[in-house]
Design a protein around this ligand. Structure first.
Ligand SMILES: [Fe+2]
Ligand SMILES: [Fe+2]
Length: 262
């Protein structure tokens, strides 16, 4: 006995429930799908589907844009083993402050460690091999600009936006802020996420999808492995902000405003 109306689960019931679930996935935003089950991120990545900056699209739209069959993507999602209890916390329900701290301590900390290391590597590889492969000079330039943008971006989040979001989590009345409403800095941060996503795509293009040539030295190979890890972490990072932290902050602020009026 496991169905809503306490009827026995015959194969027909299961089939209908599974078809309903599968159909409902088509119109769900892929950002929400990953927020509900973070392990879906790996499935989207395997099909080169952007679930972070492009997280507001439905599964159907995202599959169409990526040129992949929605049926194949859905079956990969449905085949994920049930690992309840082993997954990340449910960030849709966690305290906003806890989520902001997690982003800062995990993803911002990763950037602080990796960006300077990758900058040195990109400079070294461009200096040594740039004459053989001119794209490495461009890689150095694109990465240097990305590093600078990400450092400024995370600083704005840590100094302005996140402290406000943390304060929202425990506020009982609207908090006066110089930026009007949280939707304003959120829009700005989302636009900067798009720019970072574009820079990463450019790095991917310039490096044959982060594939080092057979003759590449250890530094070149390490640089491309570092870019691949940076891309993966940035996808998860931006997803948690665009699809979970920011929309929840907007809702929390709206609730405070409504309560203040009544
Ligand atoms: Fe961030
Ligand atoms: Fe961000």
């Amino acid at each position: 006995m496991c169905c809503e109306k306490q009827e026995p689960c015959t194969p027909r019931h299961l089939e209908t429930a599974s078809r309903r679930e599968s159909e409902s996935l088509d119109e769900k935003s892929i950002g929400l799908m990953v927020a509900e089950e973070p392990r879906r991120a790996a499935v989207f990545e395997s099909f080169a589907i952007d679930y972070c900056c492009g997280g507001k699209r439905t599964l159907a739209q995202a599959c169409e844009n990526a040129g992949v069959s929605i049926a194949i993507v859905k079956s990969a999602i449905e085949e994920l083993p049930d690992l309840s209890g082993e997954a990340e916390p449910n960030w849709l329900q966690a305290d906003l402050k806890e989520l902001a701290c997690h982003i800062e301590n995990t993803h911002h900390a990763f950037l602080k460690k990796e960006l300077p290391r990758l900058k040195l590597l990109s400079e070294k590889v461009a200096a040594v091999h740039g004459s053989k492969d001119e794209r490495l000079i461009k890689v150095r330039e694109v990465f240097a600009a990305l590093k600078e943008e990400l450092e400024e971006h995370t600083l704005k989040e840590e100094r302005v936006l996140f402290p406000y979001i943390c304060a929202l989590a425990s506020a009982r009345a609207p908090i006066p802020v110089p930026f009007g409403t949280v939707a304003n800095p959120v829009r700005c941060m989302e636009a900067e996420h798009d720019e970072a996503g574009n820079a990463l795509s450019r790095l991917r293009e310039l490096t044959d999808s982060f594939q080092a040539p057979a003759s590449a030295c250890a530094s070149w190979t390490a640089l491309l492995a570092g870019f691949a890890a940076l891309e993966q972490d940035l996808h998860r990072h931006i997803h948690k902000e665009n699809s979970i932290l920011f929309p929840r902050a907007v809702v929390a602020e709206e609730a405070l405003m409504r309560n203040a009026v009544h």
